[in-house]
Ligand binder design. Sequence first.
Ligand code: IMP
Length: 425
Amino acid sequence: MPVSVVIGAQWGDEGKGKVVDLLAPQVDVVARYQGGANAGHTIMWGDETFVLHLIPSGIFHDGTSCVIGNGVVIDPAAIVEEIRQIEALGYPVEDRLKISHNAHLIMPYHKALDQARERWRDAEAIGTTGRGIGPAYVDKFARSGIRVVDLLDRDGLRKKLTAAIEEKNDILSAVYGSERLDVDAIVDEYVEFDQLIDPYVTDTSAFLNDALAQGQSVLAEGAQGALLDVDHGTYPYVTSSHPTSGGACTGLGIPPTAIDRIIGIVKAYSTRVGNGPFPTELTDETGDWLRAEGHEFGATTGRPRRCGWLDLVALNYTSRLNGFTELAITKLDVMAGLDEIQVCTAYEIDGKTTTRFPTDLRTLSRARPVYETLPGFSGDMKEAATVADLPKAAQSYLQFVSDHLNVPITTIGTGPKREQTLVAA
Ligand code: IMP
């Protein structure tokens, strides 16, 4: 298998980290292709838990190389800290981690702008993670960004960074009434990153294409979820990148023809963090129950996640958009204990029933979910060894989802730990 892509099929937080960690021993390279430290990929094994924000979720497996591709936006301070934490746990990072020379950097002014814009938007705020993601991609596309390769040229970096901070300071103070940032302090701090980042800097597109030419396998790890895609998601309540299968090609510099497996990660119910439309949201005690049972609090920001029923209209849309060849259903165990389960199979909009997901916000805000009610299930499924060990109603729920989306389910999460996973025969 050349390239497999792991994609969040909903609004992020589907449990991609766990699935990537599980598949990592079977591949030679794991590569992140978009987003930045807004992601929080949680991995649990034995008594250990680690939340990765930037480094691919293959880093805990010997022999797996990890790539941060050109499509990722990198906060140098965050990545140096993450490397330090992983090494402190006894896992070597040098020689295994490759960072694209073309990836753009997140600077302190991107974070300041992200937070200032959110305050300015007030009631219309997107609910970003405040990690500077949007402003960093704005600079990338405005062709005024600073890239990893620029870190390796101290004099050039001083000049570029000084000019960028001065420009952003004018915007921060004049438009948003925020404090100006200290130019010298930032420049002095960031020129020091050259030696720390240098050992990892690689032409990662060449590295990946060489690996593929040698018959190695690559797992592309998406962050966030397809409904947060800047083009195809619920704009403007989206992130600023492409967490879709197409994004893997541009974000890594590999051809679409190299991809032969696209795994959609689907949480057994829906969650969303931040603002924006969510047709199947439950604002009642069932929603609170799912949040408590599923520990639905952001791995990056700690914010409570909004919870709701599974939405097959939205999932059909993201399946079509990404071309899922298989699905991994996560957190099935969380739903154990519900008497009945509702699944949204259509929307009613202005008196008409549709199975098409509307991407314009005004139409989506009028969508009322049409539910089918399935029997609930109970019992502890963490010890299940095969799919046949699951309660019959849980098996029916999985079958219903698979039939409706016309995509096979190959992996089922029955608990947070690596070993609490079933692989369908
Ligand atoms: P940003 O990516 O920080 O600009 O945030 C834009 C939107 O994407 C907000 O609604 C965030 O809550 C959401 N978001 C960003 N990263 C993640 C993630 O890793 N999981 C879930 N939602 C995310």
